[in-house]
Design a protein. Structure first.
Length: 156
C-alpha cells in the first residue's frame, strides 16, 4: 500500500434492471428522445467512465439514476458500479452532492473547448451537449474578444 491516504472504490458488476432508483432523488430527468437524453446517450455510447453508485444498506442508487436508464436503452444489461455503505440520511446528502458538487465553469475555457470540439467534428452529445447548447456556446465564443487557442496554451 502506498504511503498516505488512498481513495478506494469498491466496484461490483450488477444487472442494470436490478438496480432501484431512490424515490427521493431530487434530480428531474429529461424524457427519452429529448435533446438532453440523446446527448447523454451519445456520450454513454462512446464510453462508460462515470460509474453508477449503489448503496448496500438500502439497495438503491445514490448516483446515476439517469445514466442507468440511458444505458438500458442502449442495450447494456450489466454495468460496473461503485458500492457504498451509507445510512439513509447520508444517502440523501450524497444524492444532493452528486448533482451539486460539479463546481462551476470557466466560461472562456468552456467556449474555447466547444469551438475546438466542433472543429474536430465530434458530436456535441459526446460532451453531453445538445446541438442547441453547442450553438449557444459557439455564439458566445464569437463574442469573446481576444480569446484564442494561443492564450489558452500560454495560460497552461
Amino acid at each position: 500500500m502506498p504511503p498516505g491516504k488512498v481513495a478506494v472504490l469498491e466496484i461490483a458488476r450488477f444487472e442494470l434492471e436490478s438496480l432501484k432508483g431512490h424515490p427521493r432523488n431530487p434530480r428531474e430527468h429529461p424524457e427519452p428522445g429529448s435533446p438532453e437524453w440523446e446527448a447523454l446517450k451519445t456520450s454513454l455510447g462512446d464510453g462508460y467512465f462515470d460509474p453508477l453508485v449503489w448503496n448496500r444498506r438500502n439497495q438503491m442508487l445514490v448516483s446515476g439514476h439517469l445514466r442507468q436508464k440511458v444505458l438500458r436503452e442502449l442495450g447494456f444489461t450489466h454495468a460496473d458500479v461503485s458500492v457504498v455503505d451509507l445510512d439513509e440520511e447520508v444517502h440523501w446528502a450524497r444524492m444532493i452532492a452528486a448533482n451539486k458538487n460539479g463546481g462551476w465553469w470557466n466560461e472562456d475555457m468552456l467556449t474555447g473547448l466547444a469551438r475546438d470540439l466542433d472543429a474536430a467534428g465530434l458530436a456535441p452529445g459526446l460532451a453531453g451537449w445538445t446541438d442547441k447548447e453547442l450553438a449557444a456556446l459557439l455564439k458566445r465564443y464569437q463574442s469573446v474578444a481576444g480569446y484564442t487557442r494561443e492564450v489558452l496554451e500560454a495560460a497552461q
